[in-house]
Design a protein around this ligand. Structure first.
Ligand code: TMP
Length: 219
């Protein structure tokens, strides 16, 4: 199933409060206005089954979870998402904008929680059928700044990860370093956007220009 079709697959990654969702929404509106057929989606979630898994994963009431249990839940959501939503949209030639994807699993479950990266590459590959993003934007932010932003905008029933980060700052630092490690490993598809130093407007102008150029190149 790794034939991506004629579409273009963009993922947005980063720790909590890095601005991914805001920029994903703006990018989607921009492409819609330019009459580029697009789809905006997210993980965990993006399908009825995935949204149920999301509730389970993000609700603080779920409490601590074995890291592999957490991984399997995320991969189950991903499998459903790829087969029901992402792959059909790419086959139809759409630009798919997805907030979080396989790199989140490598950063959080791998670098953050210590699940062996080899397991995660294997599970990611099974869940996605080999689909890899064409472009991944990493929104980099200072952990303290991001966490404060995220607490102020996230509903209580989705704060499981944020609460854990507050109690264990090392976890969040490991996730951020993990992302930066992934950039070194896959420089051809990653672009790092620094959201601590630049204004929202500057960041979005950069995102818009980068994507427009890539889409023009693709024809
Ligand atoms: P968000 O939608 O607010 O970013 O929350 C999703 C949370 O799920 C976030 O804390 C990161 C976590 N997550 C993982 O740990 N691994 C994954 O593979 C994905 C997709 C999300």
């Amino acid at each position: 199933m790794n034939n991506k079709g004629p579409g273009f697959f963009i993922t947005l990654e980063g720790i909590e409060g890095s601005g991914k969702t805001t920029h994903a929404r703006r990018l989607f509106s921009f492409l819609e206005e330019a009459n580029v057929p697009s789809l905006l989606t997210r993980e965990p979630g993006g399908t009825p089954v995935g949204e149920k898994v999301r509730e389970l994963l993000l609700n603080p009431e779920s409490g601590a979870m074995d890291p592999l249990t957490e991984t399997f839940l995320l991969e189950a959501s991903r499998r459903e998402h790829v087969t029901e939503v992402i792959s059909p949209a790419l086959q139809a030639g759409k630009v798919v904008i997805c907030v979080r994807f396989t790199d989140s699993t490598l950063a959080y479950q791998g670098y953050g929680r210590g699940v062996p990266l080899s397991h995660l590459h294997c599970l990611n590959n099974i869940a996605t059928g080999g689909i890899v993003p064409d472009l991944t934007l990493l929104f980099d932010v200072e952990p303290e700044v991001g966490l404060a932003r995220s607490f102020s905008r996230t509903e209580e029933k989705e704060l499981r990860f944020e609460k854990e980060f507050l109690a264990n700052k090392e976890f969040l630092l490991a996730v951020r370093d993990g992302y930066l490690q992934l950039v070194k490993e896959y420089p051809h598809r990653f672009m790092v956007v620094n959201t601590t130093e630049h204004s929202k407007e500057e960041v979005f102008a950069l995102v818009r220009e980068t994507i427009w150029q890539k889409l023009e190149k693709r024809g």
